[in-house]
Design a protein around this ligand. Sequence first.
Ligand SMILES: [Zn+2]
Length: 448
Amino acid sequence: MILMSKIIIEKPKIENCESEVFGKAIRLVAEITMKNPNTNKIEKNECYFEFEKEYEKFICSERSDAFVMGLLTTAMENNMDIEFEMPISEKLYYQLTTYYIPMVSKYNADYPMHNIKLIGPLDNTPIVNEKAVATGCSGGVDSFYTIAKHLSKDVPNTNKLTHIVYSSSGTSDINDKRIKDEYKRNKPIILSIAKDCNLKAIFCFNNLYKFYKTPFRGFTMFYTTTFCSVAFALQKLISIYYASSGDPIKNFSLDLTKTHGHDSQVFDVYTLSCINNENLNFYSAGQEYSRIEKEQYISDFIPAQKNLRVCASMPYLKNPETKYKNCSMCPKCLRTMTQFYVINKLDCFKDVFNIEEFYKHKTKYIAKMIVSNKKSYVDDMKKFAKINKVKISFGSYLLAYLYKPFKLLKNILKKSLFVRKIYYKLNLDYKIYGYRDPKYESYKEKIK
Ligand SMILES: [Zn+2]
């Protein structure tokens, strides 16, 4: 009899498949039986990690590690034990059950994250691998810092990067077609980054998002284990994996209620030390630096100057003919442009941001950055402006002060579905920002 509170992972298999994103491809696949957290019905579905054919010999089907890691957050969020037919690595089991699961659940019990059990055979035999060194790549500041750092003479040869990984694990969408279309649109961009960095690109499409509770609260807050599951699927290839951290070590806390909106990246240094196994070592890359320090580090790195993309709206995905990879107006673009400006490096990024507009309306742009970004980013901007003797005008501070009530009002209004309906109906997002608000997709159905 199947217990309601269990995820059952059958023996993983490697299969040829016709992939919608890759064409002829290879899959690591396992049947998963669990209660669907969205419908509460017990279902049996295939969970898969898809790769291009050349990676067939590196896929590891002798362990259940990739599936346990991929489903760990949904299991903890929904209080389900995980049972597996094929073994998981003994070291991984010990660290997860002794440290990660009890401690993350203890400090995030209200989230809720539960102290679950892992049930099944263990194996401590190392798996022969090719000693590849990999990192995930989104094209943002954190990714480029990890890449630049691990291609530099600062690190020993054993730690030098050989591969970048692009997977679908980070999606916060639930629509298969949209997820696949976006993945296909991103693929050439990642390939061009890999080419510029002289690295190989590994592409992985997986359907882990189908096993998570929507609207992905746990998935988007505790995602490191999910992201890293891809490295476990390829543990015959990868021996070192750098997970780029968006948070400096000073924000460390196991309790997310104390991190003011930050996610589990604040304790990645802990998480990643708990998921090393006999074959794979993980590192939280970039926790030694703040965001602006990383921007300083990558500012002379030519692949970053050509390919950096930090934008929340990613205009080039909608229109490949767009001149700039970044909209240069959203809070993330404003933050990055202003921070490059105060370290005197904005001109290096003229191919990816509309710096002419920034310089033309500098007072307004900096005011908007101040009002739309976290205090720590604004503080860093002020600190580095002082160090580099870059003047932030009084006008920017004054405008930021005047914008504040509008921001508060906007925050109140955007919670109203009625206001959103009007906002989209009148195309105010196009009128204000020049593009469709990325949140439109998640509201489309509700405001019909
Ligand atoms: Zn933008």
